[in-house]
Write a protein that binds this ligand. Structure first.
Ligand code: FAD
Length: 452
């Protein structure tokens, strides 16, 4: 069925799409969001599992992240800290260790401080990563190569590799050193603040509360169950066609789908080679996140295993009815069945043998065709060769999303930032074209007709 002409069709109702839609619809433009899932939030998903609400995808936010922080203030949403760990376990030098969390942080810091010391040199303006060319000299260097070159085999190297496999949620062979430096540059070169940003403050009411607040503040209409399979631009308008034949048209479109999902969309005219190749290459982050329930109450702990373990990081988050709820991460989702409590137990037991896993909960974001990855982390060469191409408009079609953000790419913050930028670009594009249909839409609504 053919719908009316919108000013902007937004593909995807994750944070990038929701933000872009709010910004544009509040300017009086007619905006329609099409989303394949039956919910908003994309790679953030607050769901009831294991007896309580759990963040299945993106979770932690931080005051160093300006876009998400401003949104929280705007909607009066607070944050709550994850528990301070009281015990730490780690794997180094071929054996397990137990000590205080400060001891583990100190060990990470001894090596990591040295590893990332040049981050601001390469990224003096971290929210404009492409502003200067210096980073190009190291964009082909992998995190693994640099660590192995800089640190002899032993405890420091083990810990550093595992720490960065955690951050990339993927193996390090192709993980870009520039991505590691970019991250740390965003917290002014301070890796400990960066680490805090990744796993300390959660949104009260969850990511769902923020996504719902943005949507409620928007005048955009939204259509769920709409899996876009083709986008064609005839230079006057853009037709966005769903797999079930539904088509919506816009004067412009903003596509916010993750890179692996972009590959499944047929563009007419074809995407330029660099853009198509960038989508095909995708990101390093092919890992797993799993929640699990432990028998009994455990004092909060953190545990860092080996870089190549199927699950290499664990952190206690909650207690529930006398049990403990913890979260685990691993760099390769194909190496573990995270739906199997025994498989999760086996990994945790390598460091915390007394803990008994009763039940597990997760979502395989890598096998999910609407994501195909977890939090986007660039591979070597991506920043110089592909990021500019992925960010570029294609005729009347604009692109956004945490995969291609300038600042905190890979985070909710980057998704919001890129949604804002795409909205600005779309508004400029429309301003240089003919009168926006939003004016007609507003008149219709005044007549009492609901939005699509
Ligand atoms: C396990 C995990 C843990 C994470 N942890 C954190 C964290 O702690 N802190 C943090 O800041 N970030 C975290 N992230 C990253 C963060 O969640 C994402 O970077 C951010 O939510 C991405 O937003 P987005 O709008 O760019 O993309 P998405 O959220 O992926 O939104 C894209 C939308 O497009 C839809 N879509 C895809 N294909 C189509 C199609 N063909 N047609 C129609 N719709 C389509 C999808 O369903 C989705 O809703 C995590 C992510 C994961 C998966």
């Amino acid at each position: 069925m053919e719908h009316e002409l919108y000013d902007v069709v937004v593909v995807g109702a994750g944070f990038a799409g929701l933000t872009a839609a709010r910004e544009l619809s509040r300017q009086g433009l007619a905006v329609h969001i099409v989303e394949a899932r039956d919910r908003i939030g994309g790679r953030t998903w607050l769901d009831r599992r294991l007896g309580r609400e759990l963040e299945i995808g993106g979770t932690w936010v931080h005051w160093t992240q300006p876009y998400v922080w401003a949104e929280l203030k705007r909607y009066g949403l607070d944050t709550t800290p994850s528990p301070e760990p009281e015990r730490a376990f780690w794997w180094a030098g071929g054996r397990s260790h137990e000590g205080g969390p400060d001891e583990l942080l100190e060990l990470i810091g001894q090596a990591n401080g040295e590893f990332v010391q040049d981050s601001r040199k390469y990224f003096p303006e971290p929210f404009r990563p492409l502003a200067r060319d210096d980073f190009k000299a190291i964009d082909d260097v992998s995190v693994q190569d640099r660590i192995r070159e800089q640190f002899p085999a032993g405890a420091h190297r083990d810990i550093l590799e595992s720490f960065w496999a955690l951050n990339f949620n993927g193996p390090l062979e192709n993980a870009a050193l520039t991505q590691a430096f970019r991250w740390v540059a965003l917290t002014n070169g301070d890796w400990a603040v960066n680490f805090e940003a990744c796993a300390t403050y959660k949104i009260v009411g969850g990511t769902a509360a923020l996504a719902a607040a943005i949507l409620a503040d928007s005048r955009a209409s939204i259509e769920h169950g709409f899996t876009v399979e083709a986008i064609s631009d005839d230079t006057a308008s853009v037709a966005v066609r769903g797999a079930d034949g539904r088509t919506v048209r816009g004067r412009t479109a903003i596509v916010t789908v993750p890179l692996p999902a972009l590959k499944a969309v047929a563009f007419e005219p074809l995407l330029p080679a660099a853009k198509a190749e960038g989508a095909s290459l995708g990101q390093v982050s092919q890992g797993a996140k799993v929640w699990f329930r432990l028998r009994g109450e455990h004092a909060p702990f953190v545990a860092l295993g080996g870089a190549d373990w199927p699950l290499n990081f664990f952190q206690v988050e909650y207690t529930l009815d006398g049990d403990t709820i913890a979260v685990g991460f691993g760099p390769d989702s194909s190496k573990i069945d995270v739906d199997d409590p025994a498989a999760v137990q086996a990994q945790l037991a390598r460091l915390v043998p007394e803990a008994e896993v009763l039940a597990v909960a997760s979502h395989n974001w890598v096998d999910d065709p609407l994501s195909g990855e977890t939090w986007p982390m660039h591979r070597t060469g991506y920043l110089s060769t592909y990021l500019p191409a992925m960010q570029a408009a294609h005729g009347r079609v604009l692109f956004a999303g945490s995969d291609i953000a300038n600042g905190w790419g890979g985070f909710i913050d980057g998704a919001i930032e890129s949604g804002m930028e795409a909205a600005n670009d779309a508004a400029s594009m429309l301003a240089t074209g003919r009168m926006a249909v939003g004016c007609m839409q507003t008149r219709k609504m005044a007549d009492g007709r609901s939005r699509a």
